[in-house]
Design a protein around this ligand. Structure first.
Ligand code: ADP
Length: 189
């Protein structure tokens, strides 16, 4: 199995690049942000529980996020592999993912971090806000999301680095150039 984590701050381009990677490598895309937004849209119990946190740019508690992720992975028993996008966002989530995959006789193949400066992120999300309709894309909420990233999520990088699974790719420039750089990493796995 090819199990990838696409890692990066809000606005790094994880969604865009995930879409291209799943087409090329025939993987199942699991975006916890997309899953939460679907729950909110469908007004599920989970959606109601998390909507305020997400609108405020805060992370959803680990237990809720991990349960949702495991359920989603479990729905795809015949997958050739997965791209995890927006997960893990905390070290506890990374550990839970390792334990879960191990219980299925699988593991994370590699983690690719998209490197983008904070200035570029702020500009991109300001552009996205014009079309995204996401409450958490406004400037103050975005600041909270970027803070959450630098306070909590960034610690996931050393977790994978010590496992020798981390690669970094420049996330600024043409979408197709970034994609080629990502593929060059994946093709070496
Ligand atoms: P971004 O564009 O900021 O990368 P996502 O679409 O991945 O955003 O996620 C949107 C929001 O959903 C996050 O700000 C957070 O509130 C919540 N969320 C998504 N994934 C996770 C996760 N793994 N753990 C906790 N909260 C999450």
């Amino acid at each position: 199995m090819l199990n990838l984590v696409l890692f990066g701050p809000p606005g790094a381009g994880k969604g865009t690049q995930s879409q291209k990677l799943i087409d090329k490598y025939q993987l199942v895309h699991i975006s916890t942000g997309d899953l939460f937004r679907a729950h909110i849209k469908n007004e599920t119990t989970l959606g109601k529980k998390v909507s305020q946190l997400i609108a405020d740019g805060q992370l959803v508690p680990d237990s809720i996020t991990i349960d949702m992720l495991e359920e989603e992975v479990g729905k795809n028993p015949n997958a050739k592999g997965f791209i995890f996008d927006g997960f893990p966002r905390t070290v506890a989530q990374a550990e839970a993912l390792d334990t879960y995959l191990e219980s299925k006789g699988s593991k994370i193949t590699g983690v690719i971090a998209l490197d983008v400066t904070e200035e570029e992120l702020t500009n991109r999300i300001a552009e996205r806000k014009k079309i995204s309709n996401r409450a958490d894309d406004d400037a103050e909420k975005l600041k909270k999301r970027i803070d959450e990233y630098f306070q909590k999520t960034i610690h996931v990088l050393p977790y994978y680095e010590t496992q020798d699974k981390l690669s970094k790719v420049n996330g600024i420039g043409e979408i197709d150039v970034i994609f080629n750089d990502l593929c060059a990493v994946v093709d070496k796995y």
